[in-house]
Design a binder for this molecule. Structure first.
Ligand code: GDP
Ligand code: MG
Length: 166
């Protein structure tokens, strides 16, 4: 089994930390085409039964100008070409304008979208419930995974679920 998974979220939510944990292989940009669409293959997660290619989708933030607008659109079109999307948020921060901007864009994506609530090591379990409540009805989530990319909590469970749905 193999597939492509895009990871998206505001800066500093922990995307790179997550990828560094799960990915055994750093891969350079594969082709000029990948570069023009600004999709970067960040690495490949490989097990005996499966392979997941993780794609970073930079540029999905509120555009300041027409170039930014173009980049947002190209980043978004790539999201309809993957097998699943991970939308990562920070458990330690309230849902904000940056998150809402991405959520609005994700409404046009017809692929399974996972809500990944990262940095749960930093918060009290009661606060996790509050955060989950803030996002619960924002989209029709395929699954919701609270994780700690730094410490590894629940990361294997998320990967198993992704593999199971390939
Ligand atoms: P990115 O901009 O989304 O790629 O975020 P980074 O992976 O660069 O992480 C931003 C900051 O958050 C870094 O200082 C990380 O060490 C920290 N961070 C990422 N994941 C976690 C986590 O699960 N727990 C904690 N406590 N810190 C984290
Ligand atoms: Mg990063």
């Amino acid at each position: 089994k193999s597939g492509f998974v895009a990871i998206i979220g505001r800066p500093n939510v922990g995307k790179s930390t997550f990828l560094n944990r799960v990915v055994g292989q750093k891969v350079a940009i594969m082709s000029d085409k990948a570069q023009t669409t600004r999709n970067k293959i960040q690495g490949i997660y490989t097990t005996d039964e499966a392979q997941i290619v993780f794609i970073d989708t930079p540029g999905v933030h509120k555009p300041q100008n027409r170039l930014g607008d173009f980049m947002v659109k190209s980043a978004l079109s790539s999201l309809n070409e993957v097998d699943a999307v991970l939308f990562m948020v920070n458990a330690d921060e309230k849902r904000g304008a940056g998150d809402n901007f991405i959520i609005d864009r994700l409404k046009e994506v017809k692929k399974p979208i996972y809500l990944v609530i990262n940095k749960i090591d930093q918060i009290h379990p009661d606060d996790l419930l509050v955060v989950m409540d803030q996002y619960k009805n924002a989209l029709d989530w395929k699954e919701v995974y609270p994780i700690s990319a730094l410490e590894g909590n629940n990361v294997d469970e998320l990967l198993d679920n992704l593999v199971g749905n390939l």
